[in-house]
Design a protein around this ligand. Structure first.
Ligand SMILES: [Zn+2]
Ligand SMILES: [Zn+2]
Length: 330
């Protein structure tokens, strides 16, 4: 099979031919049809996450069809259309796993990071961390649901019942989440890089009530804000925009340092929290919502061999929505 490999941080991905993988006990082999390009992939390429000893196949927004099932797999059969998210494996026995916080499992392994992921013709996944995909989405549109959608949804859960919701960074996650929030009757206020009128226009198109720069004051005080952009300076900005008792959720796996700020903007029971990874329950819940709500996905397709171009496009903010790597012929 063909795969795009990251040999080491700070290097471009390189194509490689590898032997077709086989399914071990509890695993499925998946013929990959589409894989989303996530900002986390960029953080891995840029060496912003703890480094790994081995080359890795990135990609954790995988959509494909089951080719083969290993021993003991009864949830799936060959031909089923499935998705694989970032959470690739958890131990199931540690305190975190037992208390329903498997996203914090210290033994967890992540797809496209510790486990070879979806930038390949085929991938192997633990069947317990594989999900059925609603029929209403084609393979390309379904790909960003697997991380931008799932982890975005976990962030939204952590924002509680906030009615006026700020979204800082209007990329793949926010464009999905804005639609879910709207469906739930919330008002969305979108913050982009100052002067990024394309992203602001896109946010309004996706249902935001207001869109402006991250240095702008929103027209209403917010009940909660979710920060998707990896810029620590947004934390004090968001704290200034939320009401007393409101929450600021940091949704990214990586963020630059947060500048110091006066206690006054945190006081009156404002909360700052992060969201890490996802649980399988988040995945089930979000995919159920995605089945009920007709989400409009904006995707930009690149052939898999152009993974480096797709990553560069994401880094430079060359497109709105999400990039997806598709077969060469598409
Ligand atoms: Zn565990
Ligand atoms: Zn991701």
């Amino acid at each position: 099979m063909r795969a795009m490999i990251l040999p080491a941080p700070h290097k471009p991905l390189v194509p490689e031919l590898r032997a077709d993988p086989a399914a071990g006990p509890g695993q499925v082999v998946i013929a990959v049809a589409a894989r989303g390009v996530c900002r986390t992939d960029l953080h891995i390429v840029d060496g912003e996450l703890p480094a790994l000893p081995h080359p890795v196949v990135p990609g954790h927004e995988i959509i494909g069809r089951v080719l083969a099932c290993g021993a003991g797999v009864d949830r799936f059969k060959p031909g089923d259309r499935v998705g694989v998210p970032w959470l690739g494996w958890t131990c199931g026995v540690c305190d975190y796993c037992r208390r329903g916080q498997e996203n914090l499992c210290p033994n967890a392994r992540f797809t496209g990071y510790q486990i070879d992921g979806g930038y390949a013709d085929r991938t192997v996944a633990d069947a317990r961390n594989v999900f059925r995909i609603p029929d209403r989405y084609n393979d390309t549109d379904a790909a960003p649901l697997m991380c931008a959608g799932l982890i975005g949804y976990r962030c939204l859960r952590m924002a509680g019942d906030a009615h006026r919701l700020g979204l800082y960074g209007f990329g793949a996650a926010a464009h999905i989440l804005a639609q879910v929030a709207r469906h739930q009757g919330r008002s969305v206020f979108a913050f982009t890089r100052p002067g990024d009128t394309a992203a602001q226009g896109f946010a309004l198109q996706m249902g935001a009530a207001w869109a402006g720069g991250s240095d702008d004051t929103p027209p209403e005080v917010l009940d909660a804000a979710i920060i998707f952009a990896p810029a620590g300076a947004l934390v004090p900005a968001a704290l200034r925009a939320v009401r007393p008792g409101g929450t600021v959720v940091c949704g990214g796996i990586y963020m630059t340092d947060i500048p110091s700020f006066p206690y006054e903007i945190l006081w009156r029971e404002r909360v700052v929290r992060s969201v890490a990874n996802l649980t399988r329950q988040d995945a089930e819940e979000f995919l159920q919502i995605a089945d009920e709500v007709r989400l409009q996905l904006e995707t930009h397709s690149y052939p898999m061999s152009q993974a480096n171009e797709a990553l560069a496009g994401l880094r430079e903010g060359r497109f709105t929505g999400a990039a997806v790597l598709v077969p060469e012929s598409a």
